[in-house]
Design a protein around this ligand. Structure first.
Ligand code: AMP
Length: 186
């Protein structure tokens, strides 16, 4: 199966994406992780990505799309994957759809994890990471709202979007995700 996860910081997206990939026995692909790795190895993409990531901005669409395109062309992705952190803009989603079409495939489902903002703020504050002070949290949530809202509409219009309530224990959310996947034929 080919699955995309979308959710604001603090929604549990990363945790759920890893668990689902394990369950489905497909790869978990996090573009944040791939970019950090490219940055560490100083690959061509990495050299450019480091600067952008350090500045707290999104890596250019073409760059991140190329990285994903190269990765999903590899053998270990042929059974599917769970994407975590990509697409993040409508342009990325459009480019990705075109790519999937040329490969004769399509996404099975886009899972949105929904958590209300007060709960997100509570969770993020509890993580206590250096980049989790209130002003930064607010900014990241705002950025998510601005960039992601159109992306949700994009997938909704294409009949791909499925919303899962993230305001429960990780086990319960995982179970709900499995039910949602069954509904789309997984
Ligand atoms: P994440 O681990 O998903 O929070 O990503 C960490 C950083 O990697 C982000 O702040 C962005 O700079 C960059 N990044 C990850 N995924 C993408 C993407 N799909 N488009 C652009 N930048 C991305």
């Amino acid at each position: 199966m080919r699955i995309v996860f979308i959710g604001p910081p603090g929604a549990g997206k990363g945790t759920q994406a890893v668990r689902l990939a394990e369950k489905l026995k497909v790869l978990h692909l996090s573009t944040g992780e791939l970019l950090r790795e490219a940055c560490r190895l100083q690959t061509k993409i990495g050299a450019q990505a480091c600067r952008t990531m350090d500045a707290g901005e999104l890596v250019p669409d073409d760059l991140v799309h190329q990285m994903v395109a190269d990765r999903i062309a590899e053998k270990d992705c042929q059974q599917g994957y769970v994407l975590d952190g990509f697409p993040r803009t409508v342009r990325q989603a459009e480019m990705f759809d075109k790519l999937l079409k040329t490969r004769g495939t399509e996404l099975d489902v886009v899972l949105k994890i929904h958590v209300e903002e007060p709960e997100l703020l509570k969770r993020l504050a509890a993580r206590g990471r250096q980049d989790d002070d209130t002003a930064v949290i607010k900014k990241r949530l705002e950025q998510y709202e601005n960039l992601t809202r159109p992306l949700l509409t994009y997938y909704q219009d294409r009949g791909k979007l499925c919303t899962v309530e993230g305001d429960a224990s990780p086990d319960q959310v995982h179970e709900e995700i499995l039910r949602a996947i069954q509904d789309v034929g997984g």
